[in-house]
Design a protein around this ligand. Structure first.
Ligand SMILES: *Cc1c(COP(=O)(O)O)cnc(C)c1O
Length: 385
């Protein structure tokens, strides 16, 4: 609320607010006082804690999910001339990472209920040049990874999991990403766990983890932290053309606090999602996202499809919500419609186009009160009268 807002004006409800507190402030202050602010001991501790909580064999902290995806594709061997299947129904970075790795994104359609790729939708766009598939746990809804790997593994097609939205979601009883050859995570404030900016690569392959560790730090054979530890620093060499994709200890210190809170955050989000689902059950024109049969979502994005029978369309609902001070958002974008991908290969993507045109994302965050949530629901109910 701004200082100039009238006393009786209802406060604005944002679509997402990160949950940060004094513990994060203290953790950052401690890093500042230590004098070591770049990648160092906190990054190592965050990697270890993240791997433990997500049941990953190796975890490598990086600067974002976009850079994690790029590294994942590079270590998986994607290069010039390779086709990589991706959903168009995703944030643009999913496809950008493929282009950065030298590959060509090929868009596949998604399941109308989960919004995720399926083994059938992938099958339709496979060619002899398909080298990898990037599957997304879109909005936190787990993708059916086992089914997709059963189709891709025997053909030598690598399945990369874009788990940007997935921290705290589960697939067949374990954290998402745990069954992936390689997965990429985001800690942007729009996600459930944040470090400001930041990302993580997890993988089950020792060699991929080692190459990712080198590539994120200029492919130096002696890390900056190792050089700092000795007075007479050993001479380093640069093993290949690498990147600077490092996370800082400032970010990792925040990540450690946030990771410890993740179960609590996910519990609260799922309770609020259940409240939305119960309230919207009486409005047959609105279909909210839900858990698939094989897993549980962290509801990173609580999206609702506006069906044709609803008296007000998606854009009309966004206006009605905005007028009531509720900041909802258009649903997930369709990458193939962006100018950057005007010349990309895209077959028919009817489900993607329907979902992107007819979905909206409702406010859902840890501090959202039941009263605020009721205000959101009231606006939606009001559009049916
Ligand atoms: C947010 C997001 C990304 C990008 O994450 P950054 O950490 O901002 O690079 C990639 N893929 C998906 C599906 C996302 O939602």
């Amino acid at each position: 609320m701004t200082a100039t807002a009238p006393e009786d004006a209802p406060s604005r409800i944002n679509v997402m607010v990160p949950w940060l507190g004094e513990e994060e402030v203290a953790a950052v202050a401690e890093v500042l006082r230590s004098g070591w602010v770049a990648q160092g001991p906190r990054v190592a501790a965050f990697e270890e804690a993240f791997a433990r909580s997500q049941l990953a064999v190796h975890a490598r902290a990086v600067s974002s999910c976009t850079t994690a995806l790029h590294l994942a594709l590079v270590v998986a061997g994607v290069g010039p001339g390779d086709e990589v299947v991706v959903p168009s129904f995703s944030f643009v970075a999913t496809a950008n990472a493929v282009v950065h790795a030298g590959g060509r994104p090929v868009f596949a359609d998604v399941d109308p209920v989960t919004g995720n790729l399926t083994s059938e939708s992938i099958e339709r766009v496979l060619t002899p040049r398909t080298r990898a598939v990037v599957v997304v746990d879109q909005g936190g809804v787990p993708v059916d990874l086992d089914d997709i790997r059963a189709r891709c593994d025997p053909r030598g097609i690598v399945v990369v999991e874009d788990a940007a939205c997935g921290a705290g979601s589960t697939y067949r009883g374990h954290p998402v990403g745990a069954g992936a050859e390689v997965a990429a995570w985001s800690f942007h404030p729009r996600k459930v766990l944040t470090t400001g900016e930041g990302g993580m690569l997890t993988t089950e392959h020792d060699a991929w983890a080692e190459r990712a560790r080198l590539l994120r730090e200029h492919a130096m054979n002696v890390s900056a932290a190792e050089r700092h530890a000795s007075v007479l620093a050993p001479a380093e060499s640069y093993l290949e053309v690498g990147f600077n994709y490092r996370m800082t200890d400032l970010q990792a210190a925040v990540g450690l606090v946030q990771l410890a809170r993740l179960p609590q955050v996910v519990r609260r989000r799922r309770d609020l999602a259940a409240r939305y689902a119960a309230a919207l059950a009486d409005l047959p024109g609105l279909r909210p996202v839900a858990d698939p049969s094989y897993g549980e979502s962290n509801f990173q994005s609580y999206w609702v499809e506006v069906l044709p029978e609803h008296p007000v369309d998606r854009d009309g609902l966004l206006v009605a919500l905005a007028e009531a001070g509720v900041s909802a958002r258009r649903g997930i974008m369709a990458i193939h419609r962006q100018p950057a991908y005007a010349s990309a290969q895209a077959g028919p993507l009817p489900v993607t186009e329907r979902l992107t045109d007819h979905t909206l994302i409702l406010p859902l965050f840890h501090q959202l009160t039941e009263g605020e949530q009721d205000r959101v629901v009231e606006v939606l109910v009001g559009t049916t009268r």
